[in-house]
Design a protein around this ligand. Structure first.
Ligand SMILES: [Zn+2]
Length: 147
């Protein structure tokens, strides 16, 4: 089966819907060394479709780590849970920022498991958040815990 090409219109929709931010680590496309990509939430190898409800904007780091995975272990309960689903799950239910406003903290098994598996607090991401925070651009309004 050949992969179906994603239209420019759909690419634009996904990027605009995410406000240009990776929907996992919340890093802006404007400050990434490589352009963010469209990530299949349910991978194509599991019959995930290239439709708006199955696509998320993702930085290359998150996209590479997630690859074809959809589930992982909650590091606290060890239960197997699905990754955070940017189309179905409410970000504010699953995540908040730590007191330093640099570290993502999971509020639920899904939040904790996604942070751990996708390494959403990896060194480069923390460093970028720190620079953006100093510049008054982090956390972005749509992912601010204090709202
Ligand atoms: Zn990311």
């Amino acid at each position: 089966m050949t992969k179906k090409r994603i239209s420019q219109k759909l690419r634009r929709l996904v990027k605009e819907r995410a406000l240009g931010y990776c929907e996992y680590c919340i890093c802006p496309d404007s400050h990434a060394t490589q352009e963010h990509s469209l990530e299949h939430i349910i991978p194509e190898v599991q019959d995930g479709r290239s439709t708006g409800d199955n696509l998320a904007l993702s930085c290359q780091g998150c996209n590479n780590i997630k690859y074809n995975k959809t589930h992982t272990h909650d590091p606290v309960s060890q239960e197997i849970v699905s990754f955070f689903h940017p189309r179905h799950d409410n970000w504010h239910e699953h995540f908040t920022w730590g007191a330093d406003r640099l570290t993502l903290v999971g509020l639920t098994p899904i939040g904790r498991a996604t942070i751990e598996a996708l390494r959403l607090n990896r060194k480069g991401v923390i460093n970028l958040r720190r620079l953006l925070l100093l510049d008054g651009k982090h956390p972005p309004a749509h992912r601010s815990s204090s709202e």
